[in-house]
Design a protein around this ligand. Structure first.
Ligand SMILES: [Zn+2]
Length: 430
């Protein structure tokens, strides 16, 4: 036995032979070299002769809980052609790259990308620097993300904005726009900004075939987006989904609640205020409230909403929900009229504003009943985005941010499943 079988089992690295392994200070050292073979000079091709060794150390995957260091006795060669400029050279292996074994680099990329772990955590566990780990993520992740087939066959596109970095004393908040394949629930891309131009620019980069394939687009009621999309995807039906419309209605409820609190109590929300205490019940669907919660809400409104303005806004939200819950387009249209007449009758400033927004987006809202497209997948993606953003403690580098998000939710990982131990023994026992 020449030890190469060991190397293969231990390293999964065919070209290498394990010479020795030791344990020092809880760290595992594996001394390796390549098999001996005839080597030609990379410059002139003349057969080279051995010329000593140089030793390099790289990180490999941990063995159990021990960090592992591969100590590679690299062969040095001397070109036998006296006229050659190359003189001496050192062997290379594609299994070792930038202070890491290739498989360690790939595992770092997978842990950060697929598992969504932080670069700092993975770097710490492997015993490498943040920079080395992040470089491995870039090296192995970028080809996955830039693979153009990732964007193939999108029929239903969701577009949504989210905050990438919150404002501090030194900078404003940074926003980004995500593009999601709603049907398959996959992140397609993230671009900086949230204006019509930012969206249009992304669409501009797509091929004609791709653009023609997009049948529906679900968006946040953000005028800028629509403008960008109408320019980029003229054939797609634009919809405002349920989630975003109700989010607007809930903002109206919160605004009128705060104003009412100010007017009746002379201060902002306080935990003893009846309205403040029931604020979460106000934005929840009425049918989802338990009887005692409905009682609490109605009691709070009797106590803290003398003009019935908050109540009118809550009813407005429920009527808008009814529009979305309608089973057909004609019923949705009827219910929208009921919503409008309630808004007109109530004469509440915030509700009137909501009514104007709904009217401006009426076609897109009713399109929900034409296409059935929902932005639910985009919303789910926003939650994942938030998780990654927290893991990364806020990103300052947009390219890193985009890479991390796309590796987590935009690419397919072909992770080999581990076989369960049962029955068959490996050959070494037999
Ligand atoms: Zn040479």
């Amino acid at each position: 036995m020449d030890g190469s079988g060991d190397a293969h089992a231990l390293l999964g690295m065919d070209d290498f032979v394990v010479l020795a392994t030791t344990d020092e200070d809880g760290e595992c050292f594996v001394l390796v070299e390549t098999r001996e073979r005839v080597v030609g000079c990379p410059s002139c091709g003349v057969i080279a002769s051995g010329h000593g060794r140089s030793i390099i150390q790289v990180r490999d995957l941990p063995m159990g809980d021990r960090a592992t260091r591969l100590v590679w006795r690299k062969r040095r060669y001397l070109c036998r052609d006296v006229g050659c400029e190359k003189r001496t050279f050192t062997e290379e292996s594609e299994l070792v790259e930038h202070a890491l074994t290739r498989r360690a680099a790939m595992e770092i990329c997978r842990r950060v990308g697929e598992d969504g772990h932080s670069v700092a955590q993975v770097a710490r566990e492997l015993g490498t620097s943040w920079w080395t780990a992040m470089a491995a993520v870039r090296r192995h992740g970028t080809p996955l993300v830039e693979d153009p087939s990732r964007l193939d066959g999108v029929r239903s596109l969701g577009v949504d904005e989210h905050k990438m970095l919150s404002a501090t004393r030194r900078h404003h908040s940074f926003y980004a726009t995500s593009f999601v394949d709603i049907e398959r629930g996959r992140l397609l891309d993230v671009v900086p900004g949230r204006s019509a131009d930012d969206v249009a620019y992304w669409c501009f980069g797509a091929t004609q075939t791709w653009k023609a394939g997009v049948e529906t687009v679900a968006i946040d009621p953000h005028r800028g987006y629509a403008n960008g999309l109408f320019r980029g995807l003229p054939g797609a039906v634009v919809t405002i989904d349920h989630f975003h419309a109700i989010k607007l209605a809930n903002e109206a409820i919160n605004d009128v609640r705060r104003r009412t609190q100010n007017e009746t109590l002379g201060h902002r929300g306080h935990r003893d205020d009846p309205l403040y205490r029931t604020r979460r019940l106000m934005t929840r669907g009425w049918e989802r409230l338990a009887p005692h919660q409905r009682d609490r809400l109605l009691t709070a409104l009797r106590a803290g909403d003398p003009d019935g303005e908050v109540g009118a806004c809550i009813l407005g939200k429920e009527l808008l929900r009814e529009v979305y819950a309608a089973r057909s387009l004609p019923v949705a249209k009827q219910r929208l009229e009921i919503f409008y007449s309630h808004v007109a009758w109530a004469e509440v400033r915030e509700l009137a504003r909501l009514g104007r927004t709904v009217r401006a987006w009426e076609t897109e809202i009713l399109n929900f009943h034409v296409t059935g497209a929902s932005n639910g997948a985009t919303e789910a993606q926003n939650l994942i985005t938030e998780k990654i953003r927290r893991t990364g403690h806020g990103f300052r580098n947009f390219e890193n941010y985009r890479l991390r998000l796309l590796l987590h939710s935009g690419v397919k990982w072909n992770t080999r499943p581990t076989a369960r131990i049962r029955g068959r023994h490996p050959r070494l026992v037999a």
